[in-house]
Every structure is written in C-alpha cells, then in structure tokens.
Design a protein around this ligand. Sequence first.
Ligand code: IMP
Length: 423
Amino acid sequence: MAVDLLLGLQWGDEGKGKIVDVLTKNYDIIARFQGGPNAGHTLEFDGIKHVLHTIPSGIFHDNAINVVGNGVVIDPVIFKKELDNLKKFDLDIKSKLLISRKAHLILPTHRLLDAASEASKGKAKIGSTLKGIGPTYMDKTGRNGMRIGDLELDNWKDKYRALADKHETMIDFHNVDIQYDLQELETEFCNAIKELKELTFIDSEEYLYQAQKEGKKILAEGAQGSLLDIDFGTYPYVTSSNTTAAGACTGLGVPPGNIGGVFGIFKAYTTRVGSGPFPTELEDEIGETMGRVGNEFGATTGRPRRCGWLDLVALKYAVRINGVSELMMMKADVLSGFKTIKICTAYKYKGEKVSHLPYNIEAKNVTPVYKEMKGWEKDLTKMTKADQLPETLNDYIDYLEEELEIPIKIVSVGPDRKQTIHR
Ligand code: IMP
C-alpha cells in the first residue's frame, strides 16, 4: 500500500508534528490533507523548537518532498511568515515544497468574518483560533472560494475584489464592533501572494497518482483531531474540515484502496483548547499540574489548554471511525508522579451506563465512570528503550491495548525527536 495516514485521535495537539518528523526518514513524500494555520505542529531537535502551521512536518528532512494538498486552506500571510522562519535552514523550498492548485485561499476578510461571527455568538462562541478557517471552508462548499490555481490567472485581483466586497457586507450584517484597516491587510496579503507565487504549484492529485504508481512511500499528515471533525466531532464545537481518515482521500485525491497504515496519536491524558464539552476535564489541582508539566498552551494562539484524564470512550470512538492500525501514545512523562491515574471507561448517560459516545456529551448529560490504576513515580524523559519503562506504565499500556485492540507502537517521553520509544 502506498499511503499511510497519521491522525490525532482527541481534540488536537496530540503531537502529530513530532511523530511526522520522527517518521519522515521512512517516506518519500509527506502530504498535509486538511485544516490550515489553525494548526500548530511543534517539532524539537538540536535544542531548537519549531512551530509549523501549514507546511508539512517533513520539511526539515532532505529525503522527503512535502505536499500541501487540495484539502488544506492557505493564508498567504501566515505562510510567508512560516517561510521566513525556515530561511535560516537553507532548505531548497522550491523543489521540496509543492502546493496544490486546488487548495483554497484564506483572504484577510475571511479572518475578519471569523472574528465577527464569533463576536456575534457571545457565550456560545466556538473558541475558534480566528484564522478564518470556518469562513474559508464555507466559501469552498458554497462554491465561491478562491484557489491557489486562480493566482496563475491574470484577473485574480478582480475575483479577489468581488469576494472581499461581499465579505464586507457580511461583516456588517453581524453588527458587531470589529476594528480593521482593510487597505493595510490587503497590502500585506498582496505582498505575501507575490512570495507564494515564487513557489511550485502542482496538480497534486496527478503528482500523488504518479508517485503511488512508482511505489513511492507517502505519509498523509492530519491536523487537529478526530473529535474536532466537522461530521464526527463534538459539533458545533469543531473545526470545519474532516480531520478523520476519509479526509485524507478527499484532501489529497488518494483512493481508499491505497490507504495502508492508519497511525492514531493520542496523549496519555486529554486536552482541549476552545469551547465545547469535555467529560473528563479536571478543573482542579490535578488538571492544573497536567497543564503546567505538559506545557499545555496552544501552539497557534497561546491559550491555556483544558486538561483531564484519558477518555477511553472517546478514544475507542476515534479508533473505530479512523480504522486505526497502530497507536502512538504521547506525553507519558507528564503523568509521572501521580500516585493514581484514572481512565474514563464508560459514561453515566441519562441515568444509564453507556460505553459508546452518545450524541450529546455535555456535562449535564454525561458523568464519567473511572477505573483507577497505580501511577509511576519515575522520570521517563531520559529513557530510550521499551524495557526501561516502569512496570506500572506497562500495566497502563497493556490495559489500553487490550481495550482498544490495537498495538501501541510508540511511547513518547518528551518533546525532542530523541525522546521517542519504539515498541
Ligand atoms: P477553528 O478551526 O480555528 O475555527 O477552531 C474551531 C475549534 O477547533 C476551536 O475550539 C479551536 O480551539 C479548535 N482547534 C482548531 N485547530 C486546532 C488545533 O490545531 N489544535 C487544537 N484545537 C484546534
């Protein structure tokens, strides 16, 4: 099989960037298939931390080509900043980074619309990253969007103007106080487009078809997590793309039959940033400790992430929807020192115990049922081999493997590339 998938199984921020970076040596192509600069993929090596938003996480390796697929939405301004940050690495960006002509563009007015929409929702706001993701995907499905390929047309600015003007009337419609200087934003946008046009635009589905035919190894990199999926996530508190396995087929043009391994990443506990239900959330000292030790702040927005115990009900749901074949457990080191570790194995839902994810998991409907396990005291961060892991952590892993019926192949014990244990 030609294409493996790598996906987050929770509410994002599982550590996909790190694992893609670790796995890239085994692949010829790394391809992002959905989302946009709402993502923040963090990589650490040689004592430096890098955050990528749109560019695939294989960019630092010489052996791999990085493709931004048709399912991704691109903000030229943020993309330019990402490129600027990469300049010091002397990478051959023109040949290493290829962009789908069918990827949609985030306009400055998409960002403003996102802000206006959130402001008009008041307390019911989604907690969006305000990167314009929702409005851009709305224009895509509404058949109004602008795509990378449009930038190759002489009249792209006319198309831009018509869409931006329409957005301005929509911003007014929200009737909220949003301050902006569109002219300034447009100058920044046009400058960024100039730089973007220096890059290589491709018909990515054709490129990937030929690559599959030639037996090239491809890793599709997901963004966000399964519980933020537009169909299967905790709607409406979700993002606007399909973050689950099917999104890789539509976001790259890869036929389902060509999908090989489906690698599911989860944290040893759970986090969520933004609004929406979170049954195992801990608004106490334990949650605060997880956040502090795990440095749980959004890589894109800097917002503190909400923290809680592992939710096995939600994790099983994500494993099933994605058809996960291998699991990777991240941040096991963050739980070191807790005497007792809890795992949510079922919910009390409207008075009954259920072990599947019900339609509505708001706190008023759902109470988590926990299993308790003994924690591990040891510092894991210097460990490099599976036989060094403490027995109680192995018990935790064994229990999860048994429940999920999928092997946990990687245990991550720190943010650096080297802090990765293969099992
Ligand atoms: P949006 O995709 O920016 O509109 O945000 C919608 C919801 O998804 C909000 O709750 C965000 O916090 C969340 N979200 C979006 N991208 C990410 C991500 O990369 N990691 C974690 N949460 C995200």
